[in-house]
Design a protein around this ligand. Sequence first.
Ligand code: CU
Length: 105
Amino acid sequence: MKNFLLLALLITVALSFSANAKTIEIEVHGMTCALCVDTLNRKFNKMAGISKVKVNIKMKTLRLETASTSPAIAMIKQAILDAGFMPIKVTIISDKEAKETLTQG
Ligand SMILES: [Cu+2]
């Protein structure tokens, strides 16, 4: 019984850890006007696991806040490509940690 409680506790901890929402910032090239911003906004507002979308055309960034089950980075990049833009750099900003930068091709 004690072991069971310990196991239950461990599972709870593990779940709450992975349930952390993330903020993902992607440097996106190719945005030139309000329509571009609108396209990306609409695309990511429809995507499952995304809770908030913010596009900054001046900074060339797309900032996504994810729910507990966030979409894969590859999926996000593909969606940007499909919309006709170029994902350059992906930065994952988690709640607890500072900044972890993932630079991919
Ligand atoms: Cu445009």
